[in-house]
Structures are given as structure tokens and as C-alpha cells.
Design a protein around this ligand. Structure first.
Ligand code: NA7
Length: 547
């Protein structure tokens, strides 16, 4: 019911931002530059988000460093020197700390502070935010910069409490590192994280046992030092390179093909030659960008998948291990296509054993190791590279309540509901950076984050200029967007795999495809169009009217 009300209660901040990773840092910078007051709350004792927590050996980004970096500041682009083609975690963390200092962001960031609740006060038209230190504050806007992969999946191994050795979660790795010299180590999982950890630990441990449930496709990174001349060439070309990335499918500088050729129409010898070239160059995203129809056409997918399986067989000398490492349960790319350095080669080492958990499932952890149906594996240490409650985990971990006290957990009980992945009906003045149903994890995250942050900042400037107090996604626009997201996903092979993209890795999680697959460039155009039409699909409420 709309009725006039006095001036809204003045909030403590124009905006509260949750999280100080790539998204939160840039959001703070943009809002401050635009003259808004903002406070960032961050659970860690430093900035960096994903790159603060994931310190496991081998942690590295699978997007090239010159692209996995902010584009908003040409001076920053020119000043920062990357040392390798793909950046290691410590280097990305150093970069984000440099950004925090360079733009004087720290004074508005509260570290060691986890937001536990955010309730929309309808009468006052503001968000009441609480944290785990007992602090409370109010803000007109609440921006969730909480990341897509920030809540580790709870360990779901029987008997884990009985294991007397050390247990390490890759997403909460000890800051001082771990020395596995002389130890018998087990790794559970063979996703992107494990594929990075395994070669590193194998070099140090006395023995490494890899417990594999599902084999994954991985492409060599061909990582190496980034030569000064190459970096200079990229820096000179940045305006063009970034423009290309912004309009691309995946947020990397690969142009959308004008008339894409169907992979199935390419003669086998020619396709093989192309794939050999891509394999030699390295890079998972570029492989997908070169043949995007592999995510749509089963025949195209089968051809590329068989090429990769051929590479695995050619690399792994034990034919039994090679066959186990060949993925057969899902089409290529329908689980995250991994990027590795020496992953398959590691299985040629004498001190590495591969255990097939499909054939011999885990019975229990014991005091001294892990027992499968067939054998007991003695372990001194266990590494859990078991993944995340992706896309929605961090948002639903907080008690978020919108209009009429309705909780986000209730509103999203059957899966996430958003308009453009930026906002959710019933939650006025709440923004999601790279929220579910936006391109997010299907792109270079930094490009997607910048796009969302810029859109949100421009939106708040627009609202301020017009004296608008509240913006809320409309239910019909949201329903239309969700139908579009689902239709695009259903036209691909993506929903077929039991992946974290559909929530299949977390027991009880509703099975919904949670990202937008239409590509970053087309998505950006859609968001820009919505803004140009005065935020079409959103309800805007002026200051003199209650929300
Ligand atoms: P992923 O890709 O979810 O991988 C988790 C792995 O752990 C995967 O191989 C799982 O097998 C395995 N897993 C999980 N739980 C178990 C249990 N209980 N028993 C055996 N194996 C298990 O997470 P990552 O951290 O590797 O990567 C996440 C993203 O981070 C990545 O895609 C990048 O975008 C960055 P399953 O496949 O479920 O059979």
C-alpha cells in the first residue's frame, strides 16, 4: 500500500557491500568516486576473496593474467607487471592488495567481520545489517559481492571424525603452507582444484593416493614466464583487447565468429589439426571459444572429447590408469573444463596411485586412513578438494529478508530467482554482483564483475539524480528472464552433467542451471538496454512514497 511518509530515516551509509574480493573492492571504488558513502564487510582478515582463502599448493587462475585483471584504470593496467602467463594465487592476492592501497580502499573496509543478516526495513526504506561481531548498521542499498564459489561444500565422508591424521580443506588452506615431505597423502576429488594440487603434492609427498569419483577433462595450461616484450605488446593494445573481451562470449579477447562453422562440418583431418594447434598453445577457454558449438552439438562434442581422451591415453603410460582418467560420464565442458600443468603426467610417477571410487566406493575413514570396499589406504594427511556450495551458498548463508520479512532462503527454496542475476523481486535496493542467472562463472570473472559493478553504480547515480528511493525487480520481468536463462541452457548440453552448475554436488540442492549461457557481450547489451529504457523491468519508487 503506497502512502506518503516523512523523510526516510537517514541510513549510516548509502551502501553496505558484503565481501572484499575483486567485486567488493571495485564496487567500493566506484561508489566512493560517485560521492556515495559505503562500508565493506569482509570475513577474512585481509582483502582478496577467493584469492585470500584458496592458498593451496598450485592455486592458479585459469584465465591469462593480462586478462584476469581490472580494466577500469589504464594507469593500473600499465603499472602492474605480471610474471607468468597464468597468475599464481600469491600474485593475484598481491595485485588485489596493491589495488586496495592504490585506491585507498582500506579505510572503508571492516575485516574479520562476517555479515550474518540483512533485513529490509520497509517503513524506513533501508537495510539493517548485522555481523558476527555484534555490529549493526543501516544502509539504503545492500550490495552482495560474496562470490560464486566462496562457501566450501561440507565434507560428506563417513567416519571423517575418526581420522587421526591431518585434514586440509583446499579452500581454507593454512597460511604458512604445509610440508608433506615423508608423508602418505590422500586427495579426495579430481575437479579444477584437485587437478592443480595433485602434481604439486606428488612432488613432495612420499606417496600420494588420488581418490577419483568422476574423471574430468583437462587441457594443458602451457604456463610459463610472461616475457617483457609480450607484456609490453599487450599493454600497448589494452584498449582494443578490453573492448574485444567486453563483447566476447567468455570475457576473453576472442571475437565472436561472424558465421560460426559447425564443428561437425569440419573434415576430421582439419579439425584434428586445429585441435592440435590449440592443445599446443594451451588454454581451456580458448579451446571452447574456438568451437563454441561443442557445448550444443553432441556430435561436435564427441569429436573434441575423443581428441582429449586420445591425449590422455598418449600421456599416461599405464593403460588402466589412462582409461580411468578418460571422462566418459559427461560431455566435454559440461563440468568445468580444467586447466593443468602436468596433471596427467603425474600418474606416471612411482609414488602416485589412482583409486577409482566408482568401482570401489569409500566405506569409511579410519584412524589411520581411508577404507574403500577393496582396500585400506594408510594416510598421514588427507586433502579435501571437494568443491563448493556454488552460486547461491554465500547468499543463503546469510539471513536476508526483504519485503514483508520474506527470507531469501524461502524465496529461493526451489532455486535462485533473479532478474538479470542482478536483483531479486521482493528484495528492494539489494544488488547481486555476478549473481545466479548472470554469465559469471562462464566468463572471465573480472570482466563480468566490472560489468555488474559499473551497471549498479550507474543505476545508483541515476536513482539519486531523480530522487528515487527504491528499485526492485518486477516479478514478471524476473519470470521472463528466468525463462530465457533456462531456454538458453536447455538448448545446450550443459544441464546434462551432474555439476555444481546445476547444484548436483550438494545433496538436497534444487537442480536448476544457475548461470546465463548467452555470452557476456550479448548479456551486456541486454543490461545496457534495460538501463537505457529507464530500468525496464524494475519498479522505481520516488522518495515521497512508502515502499
Ligand atoms: P569441483 O569442481 O566441484 O570438484 C570437486 C571434486 O570433489 C569432484 O571431483 C567431486 O567428484 C569430488 N567429490 C566431492 N565430494 C566427494 C565425495 N564425498 N567423495 C568423493 N569425491 C567427492 O570443485 P573444485 O574446487 O575442484 O572446483 C570448483 C571451481 O573453482 C572450478 O570449477 C573453478 O571454477 C574454480 P564428483 O564430480 O562430484 O563425482
Amino acid at each position: 500500500m503506497n502512502h506518503p511518509r516523512p523523510h526516510p530515516t537517514r541510513p549510516d551509509f548509502d551502501a553496505v557491500i558484503v565481501g572484499a574480493g575483486f567485486a567488493g573492492l571495485y564496487m567500493l571504488h566506484r561508489l566512493r568516486e560517485a560521492g556515495f558513502t559505503a562500508r565493506v564487510f569482509e570475513a577474512g582478515d585481509g582483502v582478496g576473496g577467493t584469492w585470500y582463502w584458496n592458498r593451496y599448493p598450485g592455486a592458479r587462475c585459469d584465465i591469462e593474467s593480462v586478462d584476469y585483471s581490472y580494466s577500469f584504470s589504464p594507469e593500473l593496467e600499465q603499472a602492474w607487471e605480471w610474471s607468468e602467463r597464468y597468475p599464481r594465487q600469491p600474485e593475484i592476492l598481491a595485485y588485489l592488495n596493491h589495488v586496495a592501497d592504490r585506491f585507498d580502499l582500506r579505510r572503508d573496509i571492516a575485516l574479520n567481520t562476517r555479515v550474518t543478516a540483512a533485513h529490509f526495513d520497509q517503513g524506513a526504506g533501508l537495510w539493517r545489517v548485522e555481523n558476527d561481531r555484534g555490529g549493526r548498521c543501516t544502509a539504503q542499498y545492500c550490495v552482495m559481492a560474496t562470490g560464486c564459489l566462496s562457501v566450501p561444500k561440507a565434507p560428506d565422508l563417513p567416519g571423517i571424525e575418526r581420522f587421526a591424521g591431518a585434514t586440509y580443506l583446499t579452500a581454507a588452506w593454512p597460511r604458512d603452507g604445509v610440508d608433506f615431505t615423508g608423508q602418505r597423502v590422500g586427495v579426495i576429488g579430481t575437479g579444477s582444484t584437485a587437478i592443480q594440487v595433485i602434481p604439486q603434492v606428488a612432488r613432495q609427498a612420499e606417496h600420494l593416493t588420488v581418490f577419483q569419483r568422476t574423471a574430468n577433462f583437462s587441457v594443458p595450461a602451457r604456463n610459463g614466464p610472461l616475457e617483457a616484450a609480450e607484456q609490453q605488446r599487450v599493454k600497448a593494445d589494452y584498449p582494443h583487447r578490453r573492448a574485444l573481451s567486453r563483447q566476447s562470449l567468455f570475457g576473453i579477447p576472442v571475437a565472436l565468429p561472424d558465421t560460426p562453422r559447425r564443428t561437425r562440418d569440419i573434415p576430421p583431418a582439419e579439425l584434428n589439426q586445429t585441435l592440435e594447434t590449440l592443445w599446443a598453445q594451451g588454454g581451456a577457454m580458448s579451446l571452447l571459444a574456438a568451437a563454441p558449438d561443442v557445448l550444443v552439438d553432441p556430435e561436435a562434442n564427441a569429436r573434441v572429447a575423443e581428441f582429449v581422451r586420445g591425449k590422455i591415453r598418449a600421456t599416461v603410460s599405464d593403460p588402466r590408469a589412462a582409461e580411468l582418467l578418460c571422462p566418459t560420464s559427461h560431455p566435454l565442458g559440461t563440468k568445468r573444463l580444467c586447466l593443468d600443468t602436468d596433471y596427467y603426467e603425474t600418474f606416471n610417477r612411482d609414488n602416485v596411485t589412482l583409486v577409482d571410487l566408482r568401482a570401489t566406493p569409500v566405506e569409511t575413514l579410519t584412524e589411520h586412513g581411508l577404507r574403500t570396499r577393496d582396500a585400506e589406504h594408510r594416510l598421514d594427511a588427507l586433502i579435501l578438494a571437494t568443491g563448493f556450495d556454488a552460486m547461491t551458498g554465500a547468499l543463503l548463508a546469510m539471513d536476508i529478508r526483504g519485503r514483508d520479512g520474506r527470507s531469501l532462503r524461502e524465496a529461493w527454496a526451489d532455486g535462485p530467482h533473479t532478474y538479470l542475476g542482478l536483483a531479486s523481486a521482493g528484495f528492494p535496493n539489494l544488488f547481486l554482483i555476478t549473481g545466479p542467472q548472470s554469465p559469471s562463472v562462464f566468463t572471465n570473472m573480472v570482466m563480468s564483475i566490472e560489468q555488474h559493478v559499473d551497471w549498479i553504480a550507474d543505476c545508483l547515480i541515476y536513482l539519486r539524480a531523480r530522487g528515487i528511493r527504491s528499485i526492485e525487480a518486477s516479478a514478471p520481468a524476473q519470470a521472463q528472464w528466468e525463462a530465457h536463462v533456462a531456454a538458453v541452457a536447455d538448448a545446450t548440453l550443459m544441464p546434462q552433467a551432474d555439476s555444481w552448475y546445476v547444484g548436483a554436488n550438494v545433496p538436497g540442492k534444487p537442480r536448476v542451471f544457475m548461470a546465463y549461457l548467452g555470452g557476456l557481450g550479448p548479456y551486456r547489451q541486454r543490461c545496457d538496454q534495460v538501463a537505457a529504457q529507464g530500468y525496464a523491468g524494475f519498479a522505481l519508487t520516488p522518495a515521497a512514497v512508502a515502499v
